[in-house]
Design a protein around this ligand. Structure first.
Ligand code: NAD
Length: 368
């Protein structure tokens, strides 16, 4: 993956042209006209409600189907988002989506523990898949999802939206281009104070784990995409009050340290007890600080270079992160290119997450 051409991104945005995110395959002029891949959204919850309005800003994607536990709910959402009756499914009728030529891509926005099953069913129906993070409950499930999509000759992308967001892309570019000198210490903190003890995020079977699976994964992702490196060792410490009714099955706080081959170290916070959304990279010649770092909008960067600290405005992109992500997979489907956040990227995180849990459980550093 390359993220160097921020100038190109500015030009593309300024020209109102195709979504020319740097490192992403450009969508050749005219190629998308008359043929915009259709999406089925599976799971009509909070995040589906964030995604659905974004089709309006897509240039290469359209919404053609909805899949819900209840046909009444599917109809109500269909009426709101312009999906006709022939594009409405329940989880029971989902497999018949194979017969719907308007659906090219299935977007799985279900609880984590259901990602594996629905990705396999989508691939078996001959559809490309975008699956929300975390990719699955386990690395073994993630491997079988990759294998199923590969065997079906279909694309698999993970919903890592920060890779399509201007401030995060600019932060990647700044760090990887060496504008801070050599990256030494990364600090990444993500967390929130979780409420309702009855929600699926606190159920082990549906969530796969606690804060690390849901929100700490953003710290892990940031440490990896900012440096462009893979960790070689991980050390983790968990702190969970098991008398708190929310944490009967999953962890609250699990902080972890990643060591990279270059010597860079990342200190990461993952918690369900307090609100955090920040990262910082300190290099030999300056630092970068992002807060909020991975919000839906309004992410902010500050830079320290020499003796100056400045607010830094990233180059604009042609579209918001959600539409950019949707259109990227559509373009990959049309051109045959691989998504910049393919299933293999999700699998890497799942393997590191399993090592983090093992490190905390065994009280020792785990080599990766
Ligand atoms: P949610 O609880 O709001 O929605 C989940 C949907 O799944 C609901 O419509 C629910 O009815 C349905 N569902 C089907 N079977 C269910 C079951 N057995 N238990 C509970 N719900 C069931 O959750 P959400 O916040 O929309 O999260 C869904 C997925 O999206 C998760 O994997 C989450 O990690 C991911 N997510 C990603 C982002 C992001 O920024 N990329 C943001 C939020 C959530």
């Amino acid at each position: 993956m390359m993220f160097r051409s921020s100038r190109r991104e500015v030009l593309a945005a300024g020209a109102g042209g195709a979504v020319a995110l740097s490192g992403l395959p450009a969508f050749a002029a005219g190629q998308g006209e008359g043929r915009r891949p259709g999406y089925a959204i599976v799971g009509l919850g909070m995040y589906a409600d964030v995604i659905l309005p974004r089709f309006a800003e897509c240039r290469h994607s359209r919404l053609t189907a909805l899949v819900s536990g209840s046909m009444d709910k599917a109809r109500a959402w269909g009426a709101r988002w312009g999906v006709p009756e022939r594009g409405l499914y329940t989880y029971d009728t989902f497999d018949t989506i194979r017969d719907n030529p308007d659906v090219d891509i299935v977007y799985v926005i279900l609880p984590n523990g259901m990602h594996h099953e629905y990705t396999l069913r989508a691939a078996a129906a001959g559809k490309h898949v975008v699956c929300e993070k975390p990719m699955a409950n386990t690395a073994a499930e993630a491997e079988s999802m990759i294998a199923a999509c590969r065997a079906a000759g279909r694309k698999l992308m993970i919903g890592y939206r920060s890779h399509f967001e201007p401030a995060n892309r600019e932060a990647m570019r700044i760090v990887r281009d060496g504008e801070l000198g050599r990256a030494r210490i990364v600090t990444a903190e993500t967390g929130f104070n979780i409420g309702d003890p009855a929600q699926w995020r606190l159920n082990r079977a549906l969530a796969g784990g606690g804060s690390l699976m849901d929100i700490g994964i953003y710290s892990l992702q940031a440490a990896r995409y900012l440096t462009g490196e893979e960790p070689v060792a991980v050390t983790a410490v968990e702190s969970t009050d098991r008398t708190d009714v929310r944490f009967r099955e999953v962890e609250d706080t699990i902080n972890f340290q990643l060591r990279f081959a270059s010597g860079t170290v990342a200190n990461c916070v993952s918690t369900y007890g307090s609100n955090h959304n920040r990262y910082r990279v300190v290099g030999t010649e300056g630092w970068l600080d992002a807060e909020p770092a991975t919000a839906y909008a309004g992410n902010r960067l500050r830079l320290r270079r020499g003796r100056e600290t400045v607010e830094h405005t990233p180059p604009a992109l042609a579209v918001n992160q959600f539409s950019g992500q949707l259109d990227h997979l559509s373009q990959c489907v049309m051109t045959g290119a691989e998504p910049i956040v393919a299933g293999e990227e999700g699998l890497k995180d799942m393997r590191i997450i399993e090592a983090i849990y093992r490190s905390a459980a065994e009280g020792r550093t785990i080599a990766l």
